[in-house]
Design a binder for this molecule. Structure first.
Ligand SMILES: Cc1cc2nc3c(=O)[nH]c(=O)nc-3n(C[C@H](O)[C@H](O)[C@H](O)COP(=O)(O)OP(=O)(O)OC[C@H]3O[C@@H](n4cnc5c(N)ncnc54)[C@H](O)[C@@H]3O)c2cc1C
Length: 312
C-alpha cells in the first residue's frame, strides 16, 4: 500500500511539474485563453466582471461563508498599468462595503508593480489600505518573498493593522520568517505553496511539506495574532481542530480558508460546525496563470477541464 501511495505521489508530482512548465507555452496559453472560461475555469473563477463576482460573494455569504476576492493579475511591468489596478481595487473595496458583504481583498504585489519598483508597490498598497478595509498580500514566487515580508513589516510599523500576508510551508526559510514576524502579532495565512521552486530552497517531497505545515500551524496557533489555515487537506484541518481544542485556543483566533470551487461540501461542513470559513474567490479576465496553478495542484482537474473542452 505504501509503495502504491508513493508511486501515486511521484506521478502526481511529475504531472504537477509538467503542467506548471507547459503553462508558459504560448500555444497552450492561446488555446486555453480562447476556450478556458467557458469550458472549465468557471469552476474556480467567479466570472470576469465585478458584478458577476459580487453575485457569487453574496451567495457564499448567504451560506454562512465569508469570502475574499482578488482581481486576477500579476507581473505588471508598466507603471501606468499599476495605476489602473489601484483604481480597480478602489472600486472593488467600495463595492464590497456598499453591498455589506462579508468579504475582503487579497492581492499580489507584482500586480501593484513590485517587479518595476518595490517603492511603487508599497505606495500603491498604502493608498488602498487607507480605505480602511482589510487586505491580505498573497505570497508569490520565492524571489518576491523577501520584499513582500519587508513591505508587510513596514506597513505594520506605519500603524496599519488592517493587513495580513501569507507564509508558504514548502520553503525552508519559513520557520525563521515566522519567528521574526511573531513580535508583530501578525495576521498570517499558512499555505503549502503553489509554485515550482527548486529543491535548494523548498521541500521537494509532499510528506515533508505536510509535516512542515503541521509544525508551522501549531506554532502560529499557540502564538498571538490571527491564523488563516488555508488548505483542503482534511488531515491537516482535523489536526488544527484537535490542536485548538487541546490547547483551548479560541475559535475567533483562527479560520479555515479554501478556494472557490474546491471541496465546497467541506467548506459548508466546517461552517456548520461553528468554525470561521473564508472562501477565496477570484475574478477577472486574467485568469490563466491562476487556473494553471489549480490544475497543477490536482492533475484530476486537468482531466475534468480537458473533457469539458473536448465536449464543447
Ligand atoms: C485560501 C487559499 C489561499 C492560497 N494562497 C496562496 C498564496 O498566497 N501563495 C501560494 O503559494 N499558494 C497559495 N495557495 C495554494 C496552496 O499553496 C496550495 O497550492 C493549494 O492549497 C493546494 O494544497 P492543499 O493545502 O490544498 O493540499 P494538497 O495536499 O495539495 O491537497 C489536499 C486535498 O485537497 C485536494 N485539492 C487540493 N487542491 C485542489 C484543487 N486545486 N482542486 C481540487 N482539489 C484540490 C487534493 O486533491 C487533496 O485531496 C492558497 C490556497 C488556499 C486554499
Amino acid at each position: 500500500m505504501a509503495a502504491v501511495a508513493q508511486l501515486n505521489g511521484a506521478v502526481n508530482a511529475g504531472l504537477r511539474k509538467g503542467i506548471l512548465a507547459a503553462a508558459d507555452s504560448p500555444r497552450v496559453q492561446g488555446l486555453v485563453r480562447r476556450h478556458g472560461l467557458r469550458f472549465g475555469a468557471a469552476r474556480f473563477v467567479a466570472g470576469e466582471t465585478l458584478d458577476e463576482c459580487v453575485a457569487v460573494l453574496r451567495g457564499l455569504n448567504e451560506q454562512g461563508l465569508a469570502a475574499n476576492t482578488t482581481l486576477l493579475g500579476e507581473g505588471v511591468l508598466e507603471p501606468t498599468q499599476t495605476e489602473a489596478v489601484v483604481s480597480a481595487y478602489r472600486e472593488v473595496i467600495d463595492r464590497l462595503v456598499a453591498e455589506g458583504l462579508r468579504a475582503n481583498v487579497a492581492l499580489k504585489l507584482t500586480h501593484l508593480g513590485l517587479e518595476i519598483d518595490e517603492e511603487l508597490s508599497f505606495e500603491n498598497l498604502r493608498r488602498l489600505l487607507g480605505q480602511g478595509s482589510f487586505i491580505r498580500i498573497d505570497m508569490e514566487q520565492s524571489q518576491f518573498v523577501e520584499a513582500t515580508l519587508r513591505i508587510y513589516r513596514r506597513l505594520r510599523e506605519a500603524g496599519f493593522d488592517n493587513i495580513g500576508t501569507v507564509l508558504q510551508a514548502y520553503l525552508y526559510r519559513t520557520p525563521d520568517d515566522l519567528e521574526s514576524l511573531l513580535e508583530l502579532a501578525p495576521n498570517l495565512r499558512l499555505v503549502k505553496g503553489a509554485y515550482l521552486e527548486p529543491e535548494t530552497i523548498a521541500h521537494p517531497r509532499k510528506a515533508d511539506v505536510d509535516a512542515a505545515y503541521a509544525r508551522l500551524m501549531e506554532r502560529m496557533l499557540s502564538s498571538s495574532g490571527h491564523t488563516a489555515i488555508a488548505t483542503h487537506d482534511e488531515s491537516l484541518i482535523d489536526h488544527a481542530i484537535r490542536y485548538a481544542e487541546e490547547h483551548a485556543i479560541d475559535r475567533e483566533r483562527f479560520e479555515f480558508q479554501l478556494l472557490y470551487g474546491v471541496r465546497p461540501k467541506l467548506q459548508l461542513d466546517l461552517a456548520r460546525r461553528g468554525y470561521k470559513v473564508l472562501v477565496a474567490t477570484p475574478y477577472g479576465p486574467e485568469w490563466y496563470p491562476y487556473l494553471m496553478r489549480r490544475l497543477g495542484e490536482r492533475p484530476a482537474n486537468l482531466l475534468f477541464f480537458m473533457k469539458n473542452t473536448l465536449r464543447g
